[in-house]
Ligand binder design. Structure first.
Ligand SMILES: Nc1ncnc2c1ncn2[C@@H]1O[C@H](COP(=O)(O)OP(=O)(O)OP(=O)(O)O)[C@@H](O)[C@H]1O
Length: 373
């Protein structure tokens, strides 16, 4: 998948009303051919509605949907070059695996022998070679999901639409299927559009992600950009964990904003570290990810430009990492009262675990801060 790949799906000012309810509020987006694209957002944000309008299961109220350059306005779902995989697999338990997969060919005019060869090919593609004669009800959740994938891929659609396909699986199986789906997508080269409310799943799997709130796209970016440079405080809060501290703006000069932050002191931030606040925010805020600060034990050295001090309130040991709740030195005036400045952070395996109640140093860099204003 390259930057210059041709557009596969284009939505232009797509609006969807359910009676009074405005579910999609002007969706503009281009999904490229061969891309693994995710629609991510909280429950009710409209991601499933958007997927279903691409599939043709829902009519749009206004706007345009193009697939592979063709306007889909009068094209019913079964004539679109798309196929859909649902959360609830829709596997027929009384049929064999092969019969379930062949269901994807029910309207195909090919001979039995040709269809049988296609079924074998599709099963091999999803790692179920030799499973054709098994009864579908005797499969594990992960295997059923593979059958559903094979059935959706057997006609080689241009676009595969996936509606929370892994959410019924347990954590371990889900992580395994995530990796397999990525491999499968690279192998077949088909455009995948995944709907998920799981930010980790979206970050792991996608070339690009559209984060949706309230029927609108808040940010469309690659995983790294979304994580490091969320355009609004709400996006930052939804993707992973971010600490927020109130910030006092001291001044602006030559594109650099100077702020004072309780516990951190005075910092200067260039324009690319400045994002937007949300309407419900009460004032400017500084945000940073928990892993961007490092605990420095007594006598230890570090190479970060800045240092703060804090007391450890809570330690949660996870094996591969340790989470800390800390109280920074310095008080934040919030609602007119002095409040302790609390943050959370995590250190990866390999550093000493420090105990609750310990006074500690924290090393950090202004480059990992984002100002929301
Ligand atoms: N057929 C319908 N009639 C009326 N309202 C609907 C209909 N389908 C969806 N909605 C509403 O539109 C909004 C968006 O629904 P949608 O299913 O797209 O959300 P979602 O982001 O996929 O959420 P979830 O993760 O819970 O499925 C919701 O508030 C939902 O109640």
């Amino acid at each position: 998948m390259t930057e210059t790949a041709k557009p596969m799906i284009e939505c232009r000012d797509v609006q969807k009303h359910y009676g009074e309810y405005h579910a999609l509020r002007g969706i503009d987006l281009t999904i490229r051919a061969g891309e693994f694209f995710s629609l991510l957002g909280p429950s009710g944000c409209g991601k499933t509605t958007l997927l279903r309008t691409i599939a043709g299961f829902e009519d749009i109220s206004s706007g345009v949907v193009l697939i592979d350059g063709q306007d889909m306005e009068d094209v019913p779902a079964n004539r679109r070059p798309t196929n859909m995989v649902f959360q609830s697999y829709a596997i027929f338990p009384h049929l064999t695996v092969a019969q379930n997969v062949a269901f994807g060919l029910r309207r195909d005019p090919r001979s039995r022998a040709e269809k049988s060869a296609l079924v074998d090919e599709a099963l091999a593609m999803v790692g179920l070679k030799g499973f054709g004669n098994r009864a579908a009800h005797a499969l594990s959740g992960g295997q059923r999901q593979r059958v559903a994938l094979a059935r959706a891929l057997i006609l080689k659609p241009k676009v595969l639409l996936l509606d929370e396909p892994l959410s019924a699986l347990d954590r371990k199986m889900r992580e395994q299927m995530q990796v397999e789906l990525i491999k499968l997508q690279r192998q077949v080269g088909i455009t995948f559009v995944l709907v998920t409310h799981d930010q980790e799943e979206a970050l792991v799997m996608s070339d690009r992600i559209a984060v949706m709130f309230d029927g609108q796209i808040a940010q469309l970016d690659g995983p790294e950009a979304l994580y490091a440079r969320p355009v609004t405080r709400r996006v930052a809060d939804f993707i992973g964990v971010m600490n927020f501290l109130p910030a006092h703006i001291l001044g602006e000069k030559d594109g650099v904003t100077t702020v004072e932050v309780p516990g951190l002191g005075v910092v200067e931030l260039p324009a690319h570290q400045i994002s937007r606040a949300d309407p419900e925010d009460t004032g400017p805020m500084i945000g940073f990810r928990p892993e961007t600060m490092t605990l420095v034990g007594p006598g230890q050295n570090h190479t970060q430009p800045r240092e703060s001090r804090a007391i450890i309130d809570e330690v949660v040991y996870y094996g591969d990492m340790t989470y800390y709740d800390l109280r920074l030195d310095g008080a934040a005036a919030m609602n007119g009262k002095a409040q302790p400045v609390r943050i959370s952070m995590r250190n990866v395996f390999g550093r000493d675990v420090q105990e609750v109640g310990t006074r500690t140093r924290l090393a950090w860099s202004p480059g990992s801060l984002v100002l929301f204003r």
